[in-house]
Design a protein around this ligand. Structure first.
Ligand SMILES: Nc1nc2c(c(=O)[nH]1)N[C@H]1C(S)=C(S)[C@@H](COP(=O)(O)OP(=O)(O)OC[C@H]3O[C@@H](n4cnc5c(=O)[nH]c(N)nc54)[C@H](O)[C@@H]3O)O[C@H]1N2
Ligand SMILES: Nc1nc2c(c(=O)[nH]1)N[C@H]1C(S)=C(S)[C@@H](COP(=O)(O)OP(=O)(O)OC[C@H]3O[C@@H](n4cnc5c(=O)[nH]c(N)nc54)[C@H](O)[C@@H]3O)O[C@H]1N2
Ligand code: SF4
Ligand SMILES: [Mo]
Length: 722
């Protein structure tokens, strides 16, 4: 889109002020005061961690972002992405004004419109769908964000049961497995653990605060022993004391064999098990069959190592954890594998102990009271009750939802509202998501850049970036929770709005304004009312964070009278609820399917300098990896006649992509790997457009049957030199 002459004139004005390199500034529309330097605390939005930031603002321009050490979770850390966040504001390719599609979907013809026109048009289209198909005909999908609550509430006030969030693309199975065992999802005290087993998680690249910093500190300074299982030699593997390139999809066999050793040698915490757990006898009976020798055949990890690790782990307990992992959208048995982990942690008695697994502490925020709306009348389109009766219903099950929307069953869904999500890249089988897009009468997206999905929308609402907006105050949960504020550090550079304003603009035109009759300031006032501070908002504006004094606390639930939020009130090694729902009440091993001859399993994984599919267009970050490659073991490459640097076609039953091969010993010969977020279709993402390939185009649809979580490591690909 051409920069208007007005924009260009102001751009020159700002560039003339000399604050930031001219190539990094787009254009500006607000007056700037010269000679002022301010440091403003706020909260990063480049990934789900929400680290605390101090923005250095000079002459109205953000000069630099620094970490805010007052946050005990992120401490003095701001990662590469956090540093590069200021380019979200000054990216010339960002969304600047509301847009309405002018040509065919995907043709890229847009009309810049006023906010009024965008709201009027959207409300009219949503009302038409409501009239024809009922409110359930509109789908509201989003990924977690502080302001997501407003968007979800608009969907519910509209009367739609179809709110679908990101967990079933991410961590739904791990959450459900720990909830069904302990009644809650705990944190892991990696700072104080002496023994950590990390399987299918990559904390040195997939950053999570405080886990990443805790692990760096404990493995480097306190000499915590780290055992890593991963089919790839990740940075975490390189920092570990032991790395096992486990056969993919077999971690559960390793865990069950550890349980076999620990229980048969009487190494479990007998007192803890007697006081707090139910179903130990059934568990002991089940794991008799899972010998280390059996597990060696499944996992390709030597039996002697499994025995030794089981002994070391139980010796180190309670300062020993089998880390839960975060993204559990991997295999079709994810839920049961995570249940096995949870049970292993339980029997060594690391629950609620320093260096163990700790239930999250709470800080209660006040709630702004608004008018309640009626419950939706239609059932969910993904039929959660029938398909996943134990899962978190409100988040939905994304892949099953897509199947049902495509089938028009149990009813048609014909409009799609999207907040801060890129379904074309986040869901496997891109062609299927495209079919879902095609069958929609109307799509609107709230984003900050023209993502692949936004490219196919009918209306684009540009949200102000995190450095330009005030968001709802939030608590980051954890062993040591913290309240954080995201406040604007500069005024919006373009004609953008924060999420609540967008929601209110639509609500007014949909006749739903009575449910959104408040300001963000009133919302935040209500949130901080109960905090034990004299002037809580002033405090947060100044500090960016509030941490309750006293530091982490352990052991509040260690009292045999304590009732866990499970059916029995105990830690459920054996789960009657699972049995009633027709699932294995104890984790029973199911071997994964192996790749057919001549094919390879595609596995996914993060790099520290990108978030999902959304930051490959950031110029500072793209320097790290200008395109993605197919990582393949030299033995595997030889078997398909591929040399380092060759262009290859990677294909599955649902699609094919082309990218260059990178031969490396850092991956098992039966797997291949590619980085997420490349092969973009949206030309506005100039730097990632058509570079490398998109993993979403070749991943096949599969899910875990208990949680509905996507299973993204179940695709076997063919590789051909082209
Ligand atoms: N193939 C594959 N698929 C995956 C994964 C994978 O590794 N590989 N990972 C899975 C996991 S764990 C997750 S959590 C999901 C994540 O799935 P998504 O949430 O879809 O991931 P992102 O790529 O981060 O897309 C988020 C969108 O939000 C926009 N955005 C960023 N900041 C803002 C903002 O402040 N406001 C608004 N309105 N929009 C903003 C970005 O421009 C982008 O378009 O993907 C899952 N899907
Ligand atoms: N830099 C960065 N940090 C992030 C994010 C980001 O996008 N970028 N996203 C955040 C989000 S939303 C999430 S959910 C988390 C994800 O955090 P993680 O779940 O730790 O991230 P992944 O990189 O997906 O790690 C999965 C690892 O499992 C390995 N693996 C594959 N199959 C198997 C197997 O069968 N067994 C074992 N043992 N390992 C296997 C893969 O090779 C990969 O290294 O990261 C968070 N932090
Ligand atoms: S880990 Fe990096 S990108 Fe994520 S919130 Fe923290 S600084 Fe931002
Ligand atoms: Mo995630």
């Amino acid at each position: 889109m051409p920069v208007s002459s007005l924009d260009r004139r102001r751009f020159i004005q700002i560039a003339g002020a000399g604050a930031v390199a001219a190539t990094q500034i787009g254009c500006g529309r607000h007056q700037i005061a010269l000679g002022q330097r301010r440091e403003i605390p706020t909260t990063c939005e480049l990934c789900p961690n929400k680290c605390s930031v101090i923005a250095v603002v000079e002459d109205g321009l953000i000069r630099k972002l620094n970490p805010n050490p007052e946050n005990p979770k992120s401490r003095g850390m701001l990662c590469a992405r956090g540093n590069a966040g200021l380019l979200q504001v000054y990216d010339p390719n960002r969304l600047k004004r509301p847009l309405i599609r002018a040509g065919a979907r995907g043709e890229g013809k847009w009309r810049e419109v006023s906010w009024d026109e965008a709201f009027d048009y959207t409300a009219q289209r949503l009302s038409a769908v409501k009239e024809k198909y009922g409110p359930q005909g509109v789908l509201w999908s989003s990924t977690e964000a502080f302001a997501e609550v407003f968007f979800k509430n608009l969907g519910m006030a509209f009367g739609s049961p179809n709110i679908v969030r990101h967990p079933t693309l991410c961590l739904a199975s791990v959450n459900l497995a720990y909830s069904m065992t302990f009644g809650t999802v705990p944190s892991f005290d990696l700072l104080n653990a002496n023994y950590v087993i990390m399987a299918g998680a990559n904390r040195f690249e997939a950053l999570i605060t405080p886990d990443t910093m805790d692990l760096i500190e404990s493995t480097m300074n306190r000499k915590t022993r780290l055992v890593c299982l991963d089919p790839r030699f990740t940075v975490t593997a390189s920092r570990a004391d032991e790395w096992y390139p486990v056969k993919p999809g077999t971690d559960m066999a390793f865990i069950l064999a550890m349980l076999h050793v620990i229980i048969s040698e009487g190494r479990h915490d007998k007192e803890f098990v007697a006081n707090y757990c139910q179903g130990f006898e059934q568990l002991a009976e089940l794991v008799k069959q899972y010998t280390p020798e059996w597990a060696e055949k499944e996992t390709e990890i030597p039996a002697a190592d499994i025995v030794r690790i089981a002994r070391e782990f139980s010796d180190a307990a309670p300062r020993a954890v089998f880390y839960a992992g975060r993204r559990s959208s991997t295999y079709q048995n994810d839920f049961q594998m995570r249940r096995a982990q949870a049970i292993l942690n339980a029997v060594v008695g690391n629950w609620d102990r320093e260096g163990g697994m700790v239930p999250n502490a709470k800080i209660a925020l006040g709630e702004y009271m608004f008018l309640p709306w009626d419950d939706p009348q239609a059932p969910r389109v993904d039929e959660m009750e029938k398909n996943f009766p134990l899962a978190a219903k409100g988040d939905g099950a994304y892949l099953k939802l897509r199947e049902n929307v495509l089938a028009g069953s149990p009813y048609p869904v014909k409009a799609w509202m999207i907040l801060k999500q890129d379904p074309l890249n986040a869901l496997p089988e891109q062609a299927k998501t495209m079919r879902m897009i095609e069958q929609m009468d109307f799509i609107a997206a709230i984003d900050i850049q023209m993502s692949d999905t936004t490219w196919y929308a009918d209306v684009v609402f540009p949200e102000s970036t995190y450095l330009e907006r005030l968001d709802p105050i939030e608590v980051l949960s954890g062993i040591w929770p913290v309240v954080v504020l995201r406040q604007p550090v500069v005024k919006p550079v373009y004609d953008t709005k924060p999420c609540l304003d967008i929601v209110q603009g639509l609500a007014r035109r949909l006749g739903l304004q009575q449910y959104f009759d408040y300001t963000i300031e009133q919302w935040n006032d209500a949130a901080v009312k109960e905090l034990p501070l004299e002037m809580p908002l002033e405090y947060l504006k100044k500090h960016g964070v509030y941490t309750p004094p006293g530091g982490p606390k352990y052991g509040a639930t260690l009292n045999p009278e304590h009732r866990f939020v499970t059916k029995s009130g105990k830690i459920e090694l054996y789960s009657e609820r699972l049995q009633e729902a027709g699932h294995d009440p104890l984790p029973v091993y199911q071997p994964p399917l192996g790749p057919p001859e001549g094919r390879f399993r595609l596995v996914l994984g993060r790099k520290a300098y990108y978030t999902h599919a959304n930051s490959t267009s950031n110029p500072w970050l793209l320097d790290f990896a200008p395109e993605n490659h197919l990582s393949i073991n030299p033995a595997a490459a030889a078997s398909v006649g591929v040399a380092d640097g060759d262009m290859v076609e990677v294909s599955s039953s649902v699609g094919a992509v082309r990218l260059r091969a990178r031969l490396t010993q850092e991956i098992r010969p039966d797997c291949v790997y590619m980085l997420h977020g490349f092969g973009k279709q949206s030309p506005w993402l100039k730097r990632a457009y058509h570079r490398g390939g998109s993993d979403a185009a070749i991943l096949e649809t599969a899910w875990d049957k208990v949680s509905g979580n996507a299973a993204m490591h179940e695709t076997f690909v063919k590789i051909r030199k082209v």
